[in-house]
Design a protein around this ligand. Structure first.
Ligand code: HEM
Length: 414
């Protein structure tokens, strides 16, 4: 979703104010149920169409008559202020997420090889080493689950993919926070300035990295691959290169950090599931899958009708925005029995839509699954008595759901 779309979300008034409005609800799930009670497809005062049902979200994500949105299409608040800002590259607006075929198809093919099951199999050991290293550093006692663990794992994994060290992790996480914020729209001058400043830093960083790889190619890192790629016989242009690298960085950790923190939250609240993970660590994949269904890091996305479509007797004209609640689809009682229950034994938890569907289906899904699985399994293997040691702080924002901070104690006797 582009920031224009999100700006419109922000303007969307009652009755969806708490789902789409400026101040997001701490717990959106009851709101999805209110929406569901209104029917599979409703329209709000802004003229947006909204759906929380699994059937419609899934069908619409795969419907080629719908496309992604960009802020240009929706004329939202722009972060560009000056002509020279045209040189800045926005990793969401200028990349796969907001592209439509045929550009989307061409670019996606270029990065896909780093995410095949085979490429991922080769990365699993490294993810395990990484997790072990960070757990060793935590040792025993109090720590912050987000700062000291959940964020470090995906940042390191993505840096490995880029063939760079994670020395810049503080800058990355600062950029990630600002960019994830833009998914919810830019509302104030301060926010706009923060976005622009971030894009200045980020564009420079990736411009440099790309240039460096031109002259110092690596062996199997993704940036070298992007520099060398010649889809349809031509090299990628600078904007595509920088945007794609930025997207991989941002999408690679701003989401996965929340898979881990939402997973720990769910497991601490569900002792049976926690016991299962500790007693049968090879069930970690099922548990991770249920975390993705139960509390997905990306709660909402949007699509624009490219032509008139009809769903369930409702005709939607061209150029209308449809808001798709992934978090609502994942709790649809028509697909998931007792959807509010965390249940790792659910026969169909893989039908969740946490990674979207269709042509924009998350490229990093396999990698995220490995990270979630290894992180949760090893964390609880090491600290079966892990417990909260303070009040967790939720992230603000509607699109991304997770925690900003989680003070914990490793639970080892003092
Ligand atoms: C796209 C979720 C991890 C890279 C998406 C979309 C969702 C999503 C919902 C599609 C949005 C839409 O259809 O509008 C998640 C979640 C993750 C995660 C919940 C972690 C739990 C990752 C990782 C990477 C990644 C680790 C890369 C290293 C991407 C890319 C796209 C994408 C490149 C754009 C694909 C396209 O437009 O063709 N992700 N993601 N994601 N994700 Fe992920």
């Amino acid at each position: 979703a582009g920031n224009g779309l999100q700006k419109l979300f922000a303007l969307a008034g009652d009755p969806d104010a708490r789902l789409l409005g400026v101040k997001p609800a701490a717990d959106p799930y009851p709101l999805y149920e209110k929406l569901r009670a209104r029917g599979p497809l409703s329209q709000n005062r802004m003229g947006f169409y909204l759906t929380p049902t699994h059937e419609l979200v899934s069908a619409m994500l795969r419907d080629q008559r719908l496309g992604t949105t960009s802020s240009a299409a929706l004329d939202g608040v722009r972060w560009q202020r000056h002509p020279e800002d045209e040189q800045l590259v926005h990793p969401v607006e200028h990349s796969l997420l907001t592209m439509n075929p045929p550009e989307h198809t061409r670019l996606r093919k270029v990065v896909a090889p780093w995410f095949t099951p085979r490429a991922l199999r080769d990365r699993t050991d490294r993810v395990e080493q990484t997790v072990t290293e960070f757990l060793d550093e935590i040792g025993d006692g109090e720590f912050d689950l987000v700062r000291d663990f959940a964020i470090r794992v995906p940042v390191r994994v993505i840096c490995d993919l880029f063939g760079i060290s994670d020395d810049h992790r503080d800058a990355f996480s600062r950029w990630g926070t600002v960019l994830a914020g833009t998914l919810d729209g830019i509302r104030t001058i301060r926010e706009r300035r923060a976005v622009r400043d971030t894009l200045v830093e980020m564009t420079a960083f990736f411009d440099n990295l790309v240039e460096h790889r031109r002259t110092h190619p690596g062996t199997d890192d993704v940036v070298t691959g992007l520099v060398r790629a010649r889809p349809d016989g031509a090299a990628l242009n600078r904007r595509d290169l920088v945007a794609l690298a930025g997207l991989l960085l941002g999408a690679g950790f701003e989401t996965t950090v929340n898979l881990i923190s939402n997973g720990v939250t769910a497991l601490l609240a569900n002792p049976d599931a926690k016991r299962l993970l500790i007693e049968e660590p090879d069930r970690a994949a099922d548990i991770t899958e249920e975390v993705l269904r139960f509390d997905p890091p990306v709660q909402v996305t949007g699509r624009l009708t490219h032509e008139p479509v009809e769903y369930g007797g409702t005709r939607i004209p061209a150029n209308r925005l449809i808001v798709l609640f992934l978090g609502g689809a994942n709790r649809d009682p028509a697909v998931f029995a007792e959807p509010t229950r965390f249940d790792a034994d659910r026969p169909n938890n893989r039908e969740h839509l946490a990674f979207s569907s269709g042509i924009h289906y998350c490229l990093g899904a396999g990698l995220a699954r490995i990270e979630g699985e290894v992180a949760l399994r090893e964390l609880f293997r090491r600290y079966p008595h892990l417990r909260a040691a303070g009040t967790p702080l939720r992230r603000e924002g509607r699109t991304i759901r997770g925690l900003r901070s989680m003070p914990m104690h490793t639970g080892v006797p003092r």
